[in-house]
Write a protein that binds this ligand. Sequence first.
Ligand code: GLY
Length: 330
Amino acid sequence: MGLALIVHGGAGAMARERYDAAREGCREAAVAGWRVLRAGGSALDAVEKAISVLENNPGFNAGTGGVLTTDGRAQLDAGIMDGETLDAGAIAGVERIKNPIQVARRVLASPHVLLIGAGAESFATDSGIALCDPSELVTPAQYARWQRGYGLGDDVNVGDRVDVGAGLGAIDMEAEPGTRNGAYADDEPVHADAHKHGTVGAVAVDARGVVAAGASTGGIAAKHPGRVGDTPIVGAGFYAENGLGGVSSTGHGEDFIRLLLARRALDYIAAGSSAQAAATKAMQLLSRRVGGSGGLILLDGQGRVGYARNSPTMAHAFIVEGMDVPFAGV
Ligand code: GLY
């Protein structure tokens, strides 16, 4: 069975000057995951590693550098799945975990599938994962963006709890990239989430033919506190099943949940589509059925690559047997 690994750094509208950094961030994550596979590691280990690298890169909307809620907090979600056992683990709405994918991996090994908020954080400490201060997850760029978007002054410190509910309308979700509201500026991350998207993810096939998939996100910009998107939802943000393949989604999560799009993409494989055709058909369904936007990455059960998006960009990188270095694109 050929090894394969693909990662994404989120779909959305990215400033052209950010393309190189986004490609490089994905390439770095793909290399890290690939090393795990080449050393005989499992697909789960490779996915966890690749996503951890993306979470640690402040330029992506996951882990450190995620977008903030309307009240200025980083609330993170992540999920991971083993295609051999169909075990899955996910966490949602956590504020004190630097690498949510690593806690999701531990949930996968527990009797549970999805833990939220304080319960997920106490599970993390019980599992030996230290909590961080919430402010450690907030980058200056995301904080400044939140301040601009909500029209706050400079007298707010990172980590402050600020009630700006009345200012929610200040962000124009339909605004064009490059404009002040709902858009990116020069100091913003590689994936500034100008069109509500975010998320990082990975899919891998290991030497035993086991498929694993996962995703991690800060969610969507200007989300209500407590809002959970597709990323920690099995079948929507990620799915893996040996023989069929694995999928990781990125985009406006509500629409991916409505369609259970990650699983639907694998249904196309089950019906005879190639990896690339399945990815394309899933995105066409997203557009046609619910008018959603975003993208997804996919490996079929043999490690063949597919990816598609209906948003302007989706940072991604992949490497399969026979390649010396990952291919990276946006
Ligand atoms: N796809 C990330 C989210 O909607 O939260």
